[in-house]
Design a protein around this ligand. Structure first.
Ligand SMILES: [Zn+2]
Length: 572
């Protein structure tokens, strides 16, 4: 996601929806394990906003009948739950809504909706391999900060949803956690002239009353914050992406009709964006369905799977170059949508990856040096080197420390690339994508994967860049021996903090450890590079100087491959 602020207008509307999704059920005490069959939950409902006098016709988005899935097949009398059984399911649903009916396999059950939870009892308890279909009907006015917005567009209305991070529950009942991935189907019925846009591929039916019912299906499991719904009088713009293996995939974008032609160059560039990222990370993850963008009432971009939302204020500002925004959101299809952070405190696994994807795109498509790009465009240079707090985000507000989550996260990947080399880095990223495809991952799992593939102990590296706030500060001196046969380099780390090690290890260092390139410039203008790996806060190395040329000056990290501050360099 990239959010650039901006006010969202809210208007009255009526909507009902029928998301159907699978809820993986876990045995007690094991949050990370999915055992047994999932439960199919089908929700239907009606949302309404307060009416405020006459206005343009509102889209009435009505619901189809509730779908059903495999019945539980059990008719045993109520019994206390035993090992492996689930006595109830708790869904997140904002208290603004009134639940009017909850059904289990078509039979009404008494659910309790309070404090943002809808607790649905299973009586008898759900068995370990048992399936059930739940239907939740609900209505009400969305809370002020809801995922779903209705906004005026021209003489009509439009609807936009952006649920990241915690707003899916303001939109539909679900287990609103990123690790609870599910296959989602979104159905909406709209008046003639309106178009529904969401993830995957659509089938639409004209109803006898003239309305259009559209059902969007995405085969892959996604996190609830990625489920989206967009409605407007969109113009659909088609293009084609040719995959690395020659397959073709539609690029289908939903734009406001008045802006569609003017955005043609932006849309045409997207197939090249996909090709560049596919060459880096492996094929576009949803190549079997589509990619596209959709105009939304959101001042930024949001990586909804196969259908990135881009703010209408951006799409209507045609002179603006939005290449980096488009590449950022596209990269989330790999990093965020296909592989999702397991918990929000690893949001940098989404945003740091997307940020470095911007840098990599500029390197690959425009030949820009990635270190220079990071130094000039991805370092806010805050006093003392504090980008923000640690990269590990505030769980109550994952996007609180955006400088760390986005920029330091991007720097981290660049430094890892420089440490392990391009081959290990890019093959490692692909292996990470494969290992956690359609699932979730943690920074610890990323480390384990790179350690396994490189045989390096990466604990110090992970700790110093991910667990530690700030960045190192350097002072460096040089001294040439009297006969000029040796140059002595001294590199001192002068930062006012030590490296944090949340878990102690035998090789932990309180200072930063990495290969630091020191460039020597000789009096005749020639240069040579020396790599110094710090062994303490002050590290001194004697460098042979066979040419016996005198050194005129030194530079630390001339390629800008390390996030750092250089306090001073000069003769000892
Ligand atoms: Zn992002």
């Amino acid at each position: 996601m990239i959010e650039a602020g901006g006010q969202t207008k809210r208007y009255s509307a009526v909507i009902a929806r029928q998301p159907s999704f699978r809820v993986p059920r876990r045995p007690p005490g094991r949050r990370d394990a999915v055992v047994g069959a999932g439960t199919v939950v089908v929700a239907t409902g009606t949302l309404s906003r307060g009416e405020s006098g006459p206005g343009p016709a509102r889209p009435a988005i009505a619901t189809p009948p509730t779908a059903s899935a495999a019945p539980s097949g059990t008719s045993s009398p109520p019994a206390p739950p035993s090992q492996g059984q689930t006595p109830s399911l708790a869904l997140d649903l904002d208290d603004a809504y009134t639940v009017t009916a909850t059904l289990r396999d078509g039979i009404a059950v008494t659910a309790v909706h309070a404090s943002g939870k809808l607790v649905i009892p299973f009586d008898p308890p759900l068995g370990a391999e048992e399936r059930a279909t739940l239907s939740v009907s609900y209505l009400g006015q969305p809370p002020a900060a809801a995922a779903l917005d209705f906004w005026q567009h021209g003489a009509g209305y439009a609807a936009t949803s952006v649920a990241e991070p915690f707003l899916a529950r303001t939109f539909w009942p679900c287990v609103d956690a990123p690790d609870d991935k599910a296959v989602a189907t979104v159905t909406a019925t709209v008046p003639a002239g309106y178009v529904v846009a969401s993830a995957g591929l659509v089938t639409s039916t004209a109803l006898p009353d003239g309305r259009i019912r559209s059902t969007w299906r995405l085969p892959q499991a996604i996190s609830t914050y990625l489920v989206s719904l967009n409605v407007a009088n969109y113009a659909v713009v088609e293009d084609t992406y040719t995959a690395l293996d020659g397959r073709t995939m539609p690029i289908r974008s939903y734009l406001m009709p008045e802006n569609a032609a003017a955005n043609a160059p932006r849309l045409a560039a997207m197939k090249n964006h996909i090709a560049v990222l596919a060459s880096l990370y492996g094929e576009y993850p949803f190549v079997d369905t589509k990619y596209g963008i959709v105009s939304s009432e959101f001042s930024g971009g949001m990586e909804h799977p196969t259908m990135t939302s881009i703010g209408e204020n951006i799409l209507s500002n045609v002179p603006r170059d939005i290449t980096i925004l488009l590449v950022h959101e596209l990269s989330h299809q790999w990093w965020g949508d296909k592989v999702t952070m397991r918990t929000w405190d690893d949001i940098w696994l989404n945003e740091g990856f997307a940020t470095y994807s911007e840098v990599l795109y500029l390197e690959k498509a425009q030949g820009r040096n990635p270190g220079a790009t990071l130094r000039t465009s991805y370092d806010d240079g805050l006093y003392g080197g504090q980008l923000a707090q640690a990269v590990v985000a505030d769980p109550a507000d994952p996007f609180k420390y955006t400088g760390a989550v986005y920029d330091k996260g991007g720097w981290f990947l660049h430094m890892l690339r420089r440490l392990v080399g391009d081959d290990a880095f890019f093959s490692g990223l692909r292996a990470y994508g494969d290992a956690h495809a359609w699932g979730t991952a943690t920074r610890g799992e990323l480390r384990a994967l790179f350690e396994q593939r490189t045989s390096l102990d990466l604990k110090q590296f992970w700790d110093q860049w991910l667990e530690t706030q700030f960045r190192p500060t350097f002072r460096a001196t040089y001294r040439t021996s009297a006969d000029a046969s040796t140059v002595t380099l001294t590199v001192t780390q002068t930062q006012g903090h030590t490296v944090v090690h949340p878990v102690a290890g035998p090789n932990d260092k309180p200072f930063y450890v990495f290969p630091l390139v020191v460039q020597l410039t000789y009096l005749d203008g020639t240069t040579s590079d020396v790599t110094v790996v710090p062994t303490d806060f002050t590290t001194t190395v004697a460098v042979p100087n066979p040419t016996r040329k005198f050194v005129a000056g030194i530079a630390l990290d001339p390629g800008s491959d390390i996030l750092k501050i250089v306090e001073s360099t000069g003769p000892a």
